[in-house]
Ligand binder design. Sequence first.
Ligand SMILES: [Zn+2]
Length: 393
Amino acid sequence: MTQRVPPPNDPVAIAQGLIRCPSVTPAEGGALDLLEALLRDLGFLCHRLPFAEDGGAAVDNLYARLGTGAPNFCYAGHTDVVPVGDRAAWSVDPFAGEIVDDWLVGRGAADMKGAIAAFVAAVAGFHGRRGPDFGGAISLLITGDEEGDAVNGTRKVLGWLTERGETLDACLVGEPTSDERLADMVKIGRRGSLNGALTVTGVQGHTAYPQLADNPLHHLVRMLDAVASEPLDRGSEHFPPSTLQITNVEVGNTASNVIPAQARAAFNVRFNDLHSSDDVETWLRARFDRAIAPAGAARYELAVRVSGESFLCPPGPLSEAVASAVESVLGRRPAFGTGGGTSDARFIKDHCPVAELGLLNATAHKVDERVGLEDLRDLSTVYGAILDRYFAA
Ligand SMILES: [Zn+2]
């Protein structure tokens, strides 16, 4: 899909252009092409970085850098979007980039093509104010694989940067962190996420002769209750309490007079900086062992999959630059928080300090995803003020 390159200082036009690229993960959809064209015009050196290894989907990524000096301020984000869901429920074409009243409506408007557009426009403005010798470098690390399995996205680009000896000195991630008003929340860390798959095997039998069987469901409900009813912790200075949610219980038994042989459950744990995923697994196994202990023959298997460890970038120069930029533009100070899901910040935090600030998350992934035009322009002004502070002459 080819379209005209929008003016680099207009965040609304850029966001519209990006939304018109149907980049549902893992499709590039023309979104990185458009971004690359914009950034080249601004003087960025662009590298397209397609990866297709390790069992992940083949995806395209973009690393673009303006200036060769240090420090290197990086803006990270993704141009891929989640599917539209119920297409008939949308009031507009989700890939038309339509403006309805004071809203830009479309898939990716909030998460997070709007924010990328705001940053590009901010760089254009910054470049105009400061010229090419601003005393460092600005880079964009944009992946097409954040909403998917994230195997061939940000993590691979970071590896490529390390191999080249290229360092990031600070990173702002543009995920939609705002809760009720634009920029009311800056994320300085994220909870970890662990998925558990629990299988309990008992002894199949007749419900009339339970003494000859061992019902795995009876064990399973006690085990699940043990981990769901006891809190993992009470929260920490920058984090809410860790949570565990049971997401599925599966037996597949259609007979009312048969004690099944096996029962399965799935659950998700969102854990704070008081735990590593190993700690969480140990905590789970201790409670499962205790709950199943009265059993004779029953046994269980627990498989865990960790999609990210918890992390915290303690408030420092980067988060302070972000907070003071928000305050100067919007007249209110943001809160520092760690709620919500995981993001690619979980990979970047191993390379440099990272903070996250973006648009309102209220409509992300929903039907009629949208962003206020004023918010889009204000976020761009905030991003520009962050660059001014970071590269203070
Ligand atoms: Zn996102």
